[in-house]
Ligand binder design. Sequence first.
Ligand code: PLP
Length: 408
Amino acid sequence: MALANENYLKTPEIYCFDDIDKRVNAYKVLHPTAKIIRLGVGDVSLPLPGEVVKALHYAVDEMASAETFRGYSPPQGYDFLIEKIVKEYRSRSILINKESVFVNDGAKSDIGNIGHVLGRDNIIAIADPVYPVYENATIMSGRAGIMLDDQKWSNIVYLKCNEETGFKPELPEERVDIIYLCSPNNPTGTALTKTELKQWVDYALDNNAILIFDAAYQAYVSRQDVPQSIYEIKGARKVAVEIQSFSKSHGFTGLRCGYSIFPEELIVYSHEGEAVPLNKLWGRRNANYTNGVSYIVQKAAEATFSRKGKAEMSAMIEYYKRNAALIRKQLMLEGLKVYGGVDSPYVWFKTPGGIPSWKFFHTLLYDFQIIATPGIIFGQAGEGYMRFTGFSSFEDTVTALERIKNQF
Ligand code: PLP
């Protein structure tokens, strides 16, 4: 009899965002002509930038010719892309070497897969609320322990992240081994300053812990004192893996490409105390578990680093940030408590009168035909909050804001 991995049974059968679709579909059946506006979605709406499209066409033609055809990619990624990534860090005075860069098919894969190279007994810390994949990946890899009466997992340390802390995670009181950090954060839109991030690096250095730094929204940072990379903090190369994505900066959510940095200085330990560079383990994992990202997609990613590619990226980011800024402003005018929307496409807000998230989700859907994401999806501390995003079109964003003006 073949046995199932029962850890998978401990996570909800449907991914949290599918629950929203289910409810929206039920609404659509009853209101087939309603003009629904999606202000909750974490997916981009603008088409791929011209430079990316050009590179894709060119690479397809290369694949069609015997002289320029490519088969398997090197497992770590093509040099032409890795060199651009290293150069980009260098232009921001961050020195990383080629060997520390691993191209992937998007941040989510590495966020889930990193558990393969980390011991089972590590204590994992995550913020509450947070991007749900960190918790689900911890549960599915068998590290979460048992579900307690308060619906929290016994082996996960939940970092306080609420109104009291300005929706920024608080350092753990106990010792933990691995901390997922996301800045700018999904869903709260808050971003950690240099001083705040330094506290996390210092904690990790003092406790032999490691940080898994999810920088998927790095391109949205505009304030001077907010780092775009954790390696802007002294000592971070010894304790932090950085996970990056082209999804939200270049519209790659459907194309799929990102990269992770595993610095060679980052050491983990065997039970016998033997020091092991995590970079080596990750290389071994990659060699055995993936055949990398397609040549065509890596060429498209390379194009984002050209002068024109960067200009297109800035325009795209500005477009989504303008939407986010409008949402933020309107919600504040409505008298609501608002976070994010400055270094982030996400705007996080408290529901009027603290109405439970799902209840307010239905109010927005049924009374205003607007879809928002209920904060409870991201953790218990998200109850009573909602997430709007700047990823819709400008026109839809303006229409949605008109609909809710003076309504709360
Ligand atoms: N990390 C965070 C915080 C995200 O919000 C998302 C997607 O929404 C991802 C990672 C996944 O990004 P990718 O499309 O690169 O897999």
